[in-house]
Design a protein around this ligand. Structure first.
Ligand code: DX5
Ligand code: ZN
Length: 219
């Protein structure tokens, strides 16, 4: 059974001091840092891009788990690889050729993640499961932090877990959106081994990051 990892989303952090926020997350026991990149086109919100990621890189050696909610995505993959992303997660709807985009991320020696929106079926990626390192199951419609968890995704996580076991594959199952102390156990039991959380980690228990990370990891 893989260790449960926590990847806090900086989207819920103070954007005027993201470097310090990343240090706080690391001190609080984060396993990696979830960086939500939004372009105001693929999703109705705009956040940060490669220059900001590049400037944040020096604040930690933790993995930068970069979630690209941008389209088109293929032509920007190099910029995020050069900026210091370690995992580059893309949405299948954002590229004309998923295989080419997967290969491009690997050409930069980065881990490749594919993100499935709540309405996107696992079938969309069934031919690529052996090529990818991580599947990011969205439990909210992407674009904003603080949204309500969509319980239907539990079934999707269970389906993905059984496909993974059946085919003896080793990709990570990461779940992203509305994760809190009430649903984290069900998400882990369904088969997730990485949890993304922004609001719960930054806002619960008077912002006690270590307490919130430990509680999500069910320590
Ligand atoms: C939403 C992002 C999520 C979000 C998670 O589009 O991909 O990573 O920031 O934030 P919470 O945990 O507040 O739902
Ligand atoms: Zn995300």
């Amino acid at each position: 059974m893989k260790k449960i990892k926590i990847s806090p989303s900086i989207l819920s952090g103070d954007f005027s001091q993201l470097g310090k926020e990343i240090k706080r997350l690391e001190e609080g026991g984060a396993d990696m840092i979830h960086v939500d990149v939004m372009d105001g086109h693929f999703v109705p919100n705009l956040t940060i891009g490669p220059p900001v990621i590049k400037s944040l890189r020096k604040y930690t050696d933790l993995i930068f788990d970069v979630h690209l909610m941008i389209s088109p995505v293929h032509k920007y993959i190099k910029d995020y690889a050069d900026a210091g992303a370690d995992i580059i997660t893309i949405h299948p709807e954002a590229t004309e050729n998923l295989k080419d985009s997967i290969n491009l991320v690997k050409d930069f020696n980065k881990k490749i993640g594919i993100s499935l929106n709540p309405d996107t079926k696992i079938d969309v990626i069934k031919n690529f499961l052996t090529d990818i390192d991580l599947i990011l199951i969205m439990s909210v419609h992407p674009g904003f932090g603080g949204q309500k968890f969509i319980p239907d995704v539990i079934n999707k996580i269970e389906n993905l877990k059984s496909i993974k076991e059946e085919k003896k594959l080793n990709f990570d199952i990461e779940v992203d959106g509305g994760i809190n102390f009430e649903n984290s156990k069900a998400v882990i039991n369904a088969g997730a081994n990485i949890l993304v959380s922004g609001t719960t980690i930054f806002k619960s228990n008077n912002g006690n990051i270590k307490k919130n990370i430990d509680a999500l990891r069910l320590i």
